[in-house]
Design a protein. Sequence first.
Length: 395
Amino acid sequence: MLRPNLQEESKMYNFDKGIERRGTSCVKWDESFVRQDVLPMWVADMDFEIAPAITKRLVEAAGKGVFGYQFLSDAYYDTVIRFMKERHDYEVKREWISYLPDVVAGLHLAVCTFSEPGDEIILMPPVYGPFFRVVKENDRVIKECWLKNDNGCFTMDYECTKKNITNKTKAVMLCNPHNPAGRVWTENELEKLIEICAEYKLSIISDDIHCDIVSKKHKHTMVANICRKKGVKCIILTSPSKPYNLASIHVANAIIEDEKVHAKFEEMRVHNHISGPNAFAEAALIGAYDESREWLDEMNAYVEANHEYFAAYVKENIPTLKTFKPEGTYLIWVDFTGIEKVNGKPKEFLDEYCKILVNDGEFFGEAGKGFVRFNLACPRSYVEKALAILKEWFG
Ligand SMILES: Cc1ncc(COP(=O)(O)O)c(C=O)c1O
């Protein structure tokens, strides 16, 4: 199979090079259960060096030599506003933005903002595991409306959503783009969902952490633009952490247009002792959103080529496995349900025999049983190695 021409895709940055991560106390490579002989393709972070402009900003911030309590300057908010407008066609006002250390903290606060204990929240599994925990740990009730699987392409089940709504249902928790199914929900799909929310007076919690990792032919839709038109309240959660690989910097934002909802969210934030930023948050966000857009475009092209390669290779050489070229995220969802030899436990089989570490489909709920998720934010050579092994075992 032909290797896509990376020279053309990657003009300034060499994503083929990767970066040595073992021995850096990183979760992906160094956790105690990650054996030396496995190829880690699990947790959602990248095996690429970050954009140089971010490193430069961080080094400058470190050079200040004082790390007392901080707040975020106007430059931080201006950067978020500019980025949302220019990349996502979303006009954000300063007073709508709340800093958060991470997106999952924002999910907790959003659930508590929109509901009371005993209320119901709709999830669309298979979906990012902490969605379940966030609902349960706050004593709310999960209503599952599984996505429909049409030959690997997952779509929302509007009928199921409607049927599940009771007078206790308060919100839908959306993942856009969707982890793990790789869908970038279209405007039309989102509109249909928001119409249901408007009809039944449900709010939207939209986790948009992957919104900057989208393939060329797709466009991320900010659901807030639809919610506003239909009178649906929503909380959007974004972060430069996924697209720029900054998870340990702890910088994310909630964007909330409705004044009362925002006030309640802030009340929850204070109540949960989620305080101000660390000294590197602002530097990293500005270095990313303002100064590393070219890096982001090249990273997207590289990851898309990895996706293309993986999906085409599987189709041609390992037809027993089923997959779908993701529209967004750097994650690919692979269906092992037809493979007897894995005995219903593909993640364990891949770890033990293939020496590839992936995320177990059941991390994404019961709907993920028999699936696994690979992370393709890595040099092409890792993808080639993994595919050669998969071909050996399942081809
Ligand atoms: C959909 C989604 N939300 C949230 C997170 C985690 O975000 P954070 O580390 O900012 O809590 C991830 C990480 O993979 C994710 O995929």
